[in-house]
Design a protein around this ligand. Structure first.
Ligand code: HSE
Length: 307
């Protein structure tokens, strides 16, 4: 096999109470990439569609993660990468992670799978760090493993897979404004009050337990972010209005997707997920800001081959 086409999914990081550690994978939106072996050694980005991103491998997220893997192998050929980018950079649904994961997943397949998913995440972290100026894996891990994942530690990298209740659906609104992850990290406090930390880790622990036991009521009670949301929500127009409308429409909970501006909700059942979509649409259609809305079952597969 000399060429492969893959789908690299969007993801929701943080999931309210799990800043930098928890994430889940979507199936209704993602990038497509073609990875091809070539006689010319090195990593060559030959096509980028839909967005204006750098072709130089060392300046491109997909290129940096590909180079991290390429430098760890000894081969007498190179790789070409074509990127069909559907996830807008700076959207808060793991655009850079999808790029970082797609290249290393595709290369690994063409090489006969010498690396496991945790090792692929290690390479992809290098690409993600180019975009967000720090190493974190809460978008990368769900994009690679699928479902919900918890990044137990970055060094050494330890990723836990967490089960997804069958009837859990996400609804995500993506207002078409850009918030750079590096900038929305820069506004966060370096130190937090112990009382807030206690609340946050109690919520994270109970959310993980609720996912294991398919306890939708506990999922709902746990989806609270008392540390990051108060700061970042100020960057997202109409965040509080969306949250109020979404909860009224029956969502289990609602929060900022990754570093924003996307806002996610988790819902029991497709019918509620669609009602929540209408509620989001009602709020944003009055604002003059263009937006996309995605309704998605939790994608338990992650990045995959499509051709
Ligand atoms: N955990 C990261 C953040 C996800 O919230 O900054 C965005 O890349």
């Amino acid at each position: 096999m000399n060429e492969i086409k893959i789908f690299s999914p969007a993801t929701v990081a943080n999931v309210a109470c799990g800043f930098d550690v928890l994430g889940f994978c979507l199936d209704s939106v993602g990038d497509e990439m073609v990875i091809r072996k070539t006689d010319k050694k090195g990593i060559h980005i030959t096509k980028i569609e839909n967005f204006n991103l750098p072709f130089e491998a060392e300046l491109n997220v997909a290129g940096v993660s590909a180079l991290a893997m390429y430098n760890a192998i000894d081969v007498d050929f190179g790789f070409e990468i074509e990127i069909y980018k559907n996830i807008k950079p700076g959207s808060g649904i793991g655009s850079s992670a999808a790029s970082a994961v797609g290249s290393v997943f595709g290369m690994n397949e063409l090489l006969g799978k010498p690396f496991n998913k945790t090792q692929l995440t290690e390479f992809a972290i290098k690409g993600e760090a180019l975009a967000s100026k720090c190493e974190h894996a809460d978008n990368l891990a769900p994009a690679l493993f699928g479902g919900f994942t918890l990044v137990k530690s970055i060094s050494p990298l330890q990723i836990l897979e967490i089960p997804s209740p069958n009837d859990l659906y996400a609804t995500i609104i993506h207002p078409q404004i850009e918030i750079k992850t590096s900038e929305s990290r820069a506004i966060l406090p370096k130190v937090v009050a112990l009382s807030k930390a206690i609340e946050q880790w109690a919520n994270l622990g109970s959310l993980v337990h609720a996912l294991h036991t398919s306890n939708y009521e506990l999922i709902s009670n746990s989806l609270n972010d008392v540390i990051v949301e108060p700061y970042r929500s100020q960057l997202i127009p109409y965040f509080n209005d969306v949250k109020k409308a979404v909860l009224k429409a029956g969502a289990l909970g609602c929060g900022i997707s990754g570093s924003g501006p996307s806002i996610f909700s988790l819902n029991k059942g497709l019918e509620t997920a669609n009602k929540v979509k209408d509620a989001m649409q009602n709020v944003y259609s009055k604002t003059g800001i263009t937006f996309d809305i995605h309704v998605s079952k939790i994608n338990t597969q992650g990045v995959k081959i499509i051709d």
